[in-house]
Design a binder for this molecule. Sequence first.
Ligand SMILES: [Zn+2]
Length: 281
Amino acid sequence: MQLSDKYPFLTNYFTLALTSKNRAMPQSILFYGNDLDSQYILAKEVARLLNCKKDKSDDCDCLDCKWINSNSHPAVMTISRLDNKPEDDDSKTVISIKQSQLIKDKLMSSSDYHRVFIFCDRDEEGNVQGLNPLNFQAETANSLLKIIEEPQAGVTFIFLTRYIEDVLPTIISRSQCFFVPSYENNNYDYSIIEGIFTDYYNFERKDVFDVSQRLQDLSKDFSQEQILSAIQNYIYAILKSNPQMTSLIKHIEIVENAKRQSLLGIRSVNIFDDLCLKLIK
Ligand SMILES: [Zn+2]
């Protein structure tokens, strides 16, 4: 499916902003929502629209479009805890002050291209993940404020995150924010799994199949998707009030994978057993 079919309201918005005199193209953009892969593709699409030397069509074959499609454009940089680290930077869990400085240094010289910096996170397998207070900490975010607030021409910053409140208000207030819907329905509520899953990280291994059975019983009244979203929302709530429980970040990912299995039509007994085995140690 073409991006412009999947997110017509967003691609239209940016295409219009680039061609219309009345609507300015935002120079700091924040995407949020559950579907980080789509956010990343959208970010690259913005970079492509800004750099394309031909007609900006989906299948344009100009050099800039080719570069962006193959992730090799010299002026489009992904900034994450794993991408584009200066050589003397040994931080592995955060976007660092040194990366912020690297960006500032780059902006000191002129460029023939429109520079786009895409801020996100990645897991060890290379999957795009969202910014949060752990991987994009206040010190680094604040060090970027000046260049975001008074951006020079030909520079665009794009931030990707799951929940808008995971990014500092100072960044949000300087950015134009766009919700990127996923095909999942998320109501940000975990009440349906309260009592079954509360404090699951304190459960014991012997509880696994009991908990899984209770989740399966729940699926008489709720869809797998609703149950898994509720679990994910619960983990996020815990993580927000206990940011030191970093092992739970992995759990959000595990539930995300369970959601994908659910979409593939895998039986709920298998999904919930597998999930509980992974989450309850
Ligand atoms: Zn092009």
